[in-house]
Ligand binder design. Sequence first.
Ligand SMILES: Nc1ncnc2c1ncn2[C@@H]1O[C@H](COP(=O)(O)OP(=O)(O)O)[C@@H](O)[C@H]1O
Ligand SMILES: [Mg+2]
Length: 426
Amino acid sequence: MDSALRFLTGFQHLLLVALTSIGLVRAVTLGASPASAVALTVAFLGWYVLGVVFSRRRRVHGGAGPGAPASRETERTGRVPGATSGAGSAVLVWLLGLTALWLVLVALSAEFVWVAFSLWLLAGHFLPWRWSVPYALAVLAVVVVAPWHALGVLTVAGVIGPAIGALFALIVSWGQVQLVRYGVERERLIASLVEAQAEAESLHAQLAATQREAGALGERARLSRDIHDTLAQGFSSIVLLARSAEEVTDRTRQRELLRHIQSTASENLHEARRVVASLAPRQLDGATLPTSLRRLLDSFTDQTGIPTDLRLDGQLDALPTALEVALVRTLQGALANVRRHAHATRVVVSLSETTDSVRLDVVDDGIGFDPRAVDSRPHAPEAGGYGLSSTRARLRELGGGLDVESAPGEGTALTAHVPLRAGVAG
Ligand SMILES: Nc1ncnc2c1ncn2[C@@H]1O[C@H](COP(=O)(O)OP(=O)(O)O)[C@@H](O)[C@H]1O
Ligand SMILES: [Mg+2]
């Protein structure tokens, strides 16, 4: 595109020089004074070159000028500069000067009329239609009248030939201006594409960073839940066991409590290592979910003396690990609450699998509480009240949920449910 335009521009310079030279030779041959013919031709070409040089400099410094179809103003506005702008009026002065010199040449010899073709081309480039058309007609009039005046004959060809030339020149330069405009448009399009791509890249990077951040936050929440559900619960039972050991006078019972303390502490130690290694809970070590729940309940009964019951319904083996971990953690949290708050005499746990979900119920016959009052409490882990909400969050993460049914004096029933497809990916 650029090289095509450069070729066109070069061709136009060449054409002007050629037409002027032919005019000069013909004029001198036909008897014009060689001295004036050469002087005027040099003046005409000099003025033309002056404009071209000036336009090149303007182009480098950001302006428009003659002899430059791809002038800056045209590039910037996509419009042929009008005579009203600063650069435009310079073009106009230059073109009028060139036309005046040409008129003197024609007055010297009608052989110079053919240079008009170059003038039409220039007009098409640098003038808006409302100026270029009258200008072209005026030049055409000179081209028709000068030979007529010189030779005394007016032929139809002498009118139609130049008219077609004028029309052709205007159309060619119009096409050239369109080419420039198209090139500018294309450049603009490419620039905006590049910009859009850069923007997309930065958005992508931002998204990745956000995802990383969200992943880190999720991991942190999971970790704090694990610490709450296992380590904190373990330590709180150790505290409770130690307190009763202090109060008990019977040596055998005391030894039994100390054994519980020891086993709970060593379990906690294992859990701490698990949490650090971010592995599945210890109770799951190679066992199926029912076995793991049974172990938890046995150890709970051992430590509290509260009898438990486990009811199973469905296949319940080979469940996704994430789901098993969530349900083990749910039971751990529920048992910790029974131990700390319920004063229950019995706990019944049911695990059932349907075609598309697994459900865990933990029911105790303790003092109960008002779940709405708990829900409206401000959440501060150190103030307690973190257990139920973290269990709920863990289950929701898998697409499931937790329902709490309780009222003061009426015991408590927790229902956890998780869709089976949950955790298949995790
Ligand atoms: N099985 C239950 N029996 C009686 N009250 C309970 C039971 N489970 C939970 N609660 C009440 O709900 C509150 C919130 O429980 P939770 O979210 O586990 O926090 P935390 O156990 O740390 O207090 C408890 O403080 C307690 O008052
Ligand atoms: Mg709790």
